[in-house]
Ligand binder design. Structure first.
Ligand code: HEM
Length: 174
């Protein structure tokens, strides 16, 4: 991919930061809903909390994490950063791919809780293990995304082997 012009690069970076940090914010909402769903006994609150989680997951978090991945790859390939030259980018790529996979695996159980919580006869004692896991997983996801944001801002030095070879080739006289 050719290097982007400064104007296009800024546009790509704006889209990337918006999607990535928006993803963090949406997961914070997810965690608040998961805690509410687990801690509240009031059936009138519990059902809507899981329905809101289901909607937030499919219509906000999935689009944002895919947008973060696509815009991140564009920002990498369209700049001298490259995709696999620097550890901070390779680690973010791995985090984003793994987090997206984990999210897609965990959304169907959330839909299951949302359906069960909205059904008559639901009690606060139903599906407690699954609901507890949702709290733990949302909290863990939030920490991982915080780590990815810190990596992006600090950009710790350290090139991959591929990045080192690339640098040597650049430095070699033509
Ligand atoms: C967890 C997901 C991610 C978060 C929270 C995140 C966050 C950010 C933030 C806040 C910046 C701006 C840093 C600055 O300008 O000082 C940034 C830049 C960048 N990110 Fe990400 N990112 C994520 C995923 C990815 C992925 C998957 C890639 C690519 C594989 C990537 C590649 C990049 C690159 C190359 C830049 C610098 C772009 C430039 O200088 O034009 N990011 N990221």
């Amino acid at each position: 991919m050719a290097t982007m012009s400064p104007r296009v690069r800024k546009l790509a970076l704006t889209a990337h930061v918006t999607a990535s940090v928006g993803w963090f914010g949406a997961v914070a909402v997810f965690l608040a809903l998961a805690v509410t769903g687990l801690a509240t006994r009031d059936a009138a609150t519990v059902g809507p909390a899981y329905v809101a989680m289901d909607v937030t997951g499919w219509y906000v978090i999935v689009p944002l994490c895919l947008a973060s991945l696509v815009t991140g790859v564009v920002s990498s390939l369209g700049t001298t950063w490259g995709l696999l030259r620097h550890y901070w980018i390779t680690v973010k790529l791995a985090i984003t791919v793994l987090a997206t996979g984990a999210l897609l695996l965990h959304l169907p159980p959330i839909s299951r809780v949302a359906t069960a919580a909205a059904a008559p006869g639901w009690t606060g004692a139903d599906l407690v293990d699954l609901r507890t896991r949702l709290v733990v997983q949302s909290g863990a996801a939030l920490l991982v995304l915080l780590g990815a944001t810190a990596l992006s801002v600090y950009k710790p030095q350290g090139r991959t082997r591929h990045g080192q070879r690339h640098k040597e080739r650049q430095a070699a006289p033509a």
